[in-house]
Write a protein that binds this ligand. Structure first.
Ligand code: HEC
Length: 155
């Protein structure tokens, strides 16, 4: 399956972070310290869909974060859904940006599902579902090969 790659995303994130930093400092002082750019970047700390660490994501996917069920208990080993009876969809090989944004949507109450929304909100409340964690999980599941495909060529 072809993955979409965003080679310029980190550079863009940096540029944006620097931009926000400039706006935030506007009008306060004209004598910005030499490392103002680095400071601004730290303060904004924007996590984008492609900022994930798949190795950390793999570890997290198997842990009972906040005492809750691990991702793989519902979504299957490596995110390959264990059975069609189980409502949890296959995550292995899904687009990374889709995984990232949809996990945020559950957490932020923009996508509603009895199981997954309450799971995501519970994780967030116990401090286990910040943007970096979501990016790491997205990087991991997207990097796994699985049975997801498109219907091109299907008759
Ligand atoms: C208690 C079972 C359960 C656990 C644990 C669970 N999920 Fe889910 N998850 C579901 C179900 C059910 C859905 C389908 C929800 C829907 O239709 O909106 C889902 C949907 C998703 C989706 C959307 C998939 C798609 O194709 O749109 C993502 C991404 C996801 N889960 C990630 C995770 C991650 C990451 C974890 C671990 C932090 C996790 N889930 C833990 C049950 C679970």
């Amino acid at each position: 399956m072809t993955k979409r790659v965003f080679p310029h995303a980190p550079a863009l994130a940096l540029a944006l972070a620097a931009g926000f930093g400039l706006v935030a400092c506007g009008g306060q002082s004209h004598e910005a310290p030499a490392d103002a750019g680095a400071e601004a970047h730290k303060a904004v700390a924007h996590v984008s869909a492609t900022d994930g660490d798949a190795a950390r994501g793999e570890k997290l996917s198997k842990e009972k974060l906040g005492g809750r069920q691990a991702c793989v208990e519902c979504h299957g080993d490596k995110g390959n859904a264990p059975s069609a009876d189980m409502a949890a969809p296959m995550l292995a090989g899904q687009y990374q940006d889709y995984l990232f944004h949809t996990m945020q949507a559950y957490r932020d109450g923009k996508r509603d599902n009895a199981l997954m929304t309450s799971h995501a909100k519970g994780l967030a409340e116990s401090g286990h579902f910040d943007d970096q964690t979501i990016a790491d999980l997205a990087a991991y599941f997207a990097s796994q090969s699985g049975g997801l495909g498109d219907l091109h060529g299907v008759k």
